[in-house]
Write a protein that binds this ligand. Sequence first.
Ligand SMILES: [Zn+2]
Ligand SMILES: [Zn+2]
Length: 94
Amino acid sequence: MSYQGSGKTPYQGDGRVFGEFRCTKCSRKWMSGNSWANMGQECQSCKVNVYPYKQTPLEKKTSDQDKCDLQKAHLSSLCEKCKILGYNCRSDYH
Ligand SMILES: [Zn+2]
Ligand SMILES: [Zn+2]
């Protein structure tokens, strides 16, 4: 049962969104304000790429979503988007 062709993530737009991740191997959960369409992040323990099971738009600048991510540095080495860009996707503001 494949899920709509290239759609690896619930969100399919161009912007950065808030993503919630859950590793299928160790069940570790994490959240990131740097989530992108069809981009995953690696589980720190298992080193496997995990796609977000839930993504929500980053609309409100004062939301808890962004605070949550700002408190800890964005882990570029675990982020598929950063690897593709070659720099921290967090710094890619427009
Ligand atoms: Zn894991
Ligand atoms: Zn990134």
